[in-house]
Design a protein around this ligand. Structure first.
Ligand SMILES: [Zn+2]
Length: 268
């Protein structure tokens, strides 16, 4: 089956805040990684365009690569976007609305150190080929929340971003990459047409469009590793059935949900 690499970035910076440092890539390295993407000759799509291309009886067979960003740090506009534009590549940015610099009435309690994008810079991004998706209001582990809180964390950012953009927001990314059957149902009910998970696996044309597999690019990811991913190698292909170990891990994690997590310890 055709492997579809969906890359996940968080921060493109030479001097990131400490908490996100393990998930940060320098602008120079990011540009080299984009050069590798261009060299594949694959079609690079925004997530919603990709889901549309895979829908229907005859899904696109073109080799495809997707570039995604989570959280909404300010370096997206100052470092990632210029590199993407120079390479002529589109991308999808998932914004945690409670972390926006001008979040109303104030940014979410516990927001990690920024700088963060504000709504004006987010509104400007679609004109530069960027799809804006939602990444919750306060970046919780959604599968550990009450149904009412989970619904708010999924639905509110969509409304806030649609107000900012004056356009529909169609895609969601699960904070920390985790979801559950009921959370995925909530995402569908709220009117999203796709959602990204993490899984650190290659996606494929029949991947679950409400739990698309992504590959996290970290500070430690070598260019050779990125090249292997882009060739559809060196990573498992996501399966539709969850691996037993993943389930066991999730049950363990739920049990520990009351323990306060250190920012950065399992960020995604
Ligand atoms: Zn995140």
């Amino acid at each position: 089956m055709t492997a579809i690499p969906i890359l996940l970035y968080h921060c493109i910076s030479d001097d990131p805040p400490e908490w996100i440092r393990p998930f940060s890539v320098t602008p120079e390295t990011f540009r080299r990684q984009l050069d590798l993407v261009v060299e594949t000759g694959a079609t690079v799509r925004r997530v919603s365009d990709h889901v549309a291309a895979m829908a229907g009886p005859e899904p696109s067979r073109d080799p495809a690569v997707l570039i995604t960003f989570d959280d909404g740090m300010a370096d997206f506009a100052t470092a990632a976007l210029p590199a993407l534009e120079d390479a002529g590549l589109p991308a999808t940015l998932y914004v945690t609305t409670g972390f926006l610099d001008d979040a109303s009435p104030r940014p979410a309690a516990g927001r990690p150190e920024g700088p963060w994008l504000d709504s004006r810079s987010v509104a400007d991004l679609p004109a530069h080929g960027i799809e804006i998706g939602a990444h919750s209001q306060t970046h919780p582990h959604l599968d550990t929340l009450s149904a009412a809180r989970a619904r708010d964390e999924v639905g509110r950012p969509k409304a806030i971003l649609e107000e900012i953009l004056g356009a529909p927001v169609q895609s969601f990314a699960y904070p920390h990459g985790y979801s559950s059957r009921s959370i995925r149902a909530r995402v569908r009910e709220c009117g999203y047409t796709s959602a990204c998970a993490v899984k650190n696996a290659l996606s494929h044309p029949k991947d679950d469009r409400f739990a698309l597999a992504r590959l996290t690019v970290t500070a430690e990811t070598s260019l050779a590793q990125v090249e292997e991913w882009l060739r559809g190698r060196e990573a498992p292909i996501a399966t539709s059935n969850e691996h037993v170990r993943t389930r066991a891990w999730r049950a363990y994690r739920r049990g520990r949900a009351v323990v306060r997590r250190q920012p950065g310890s399992d960020w995604a």
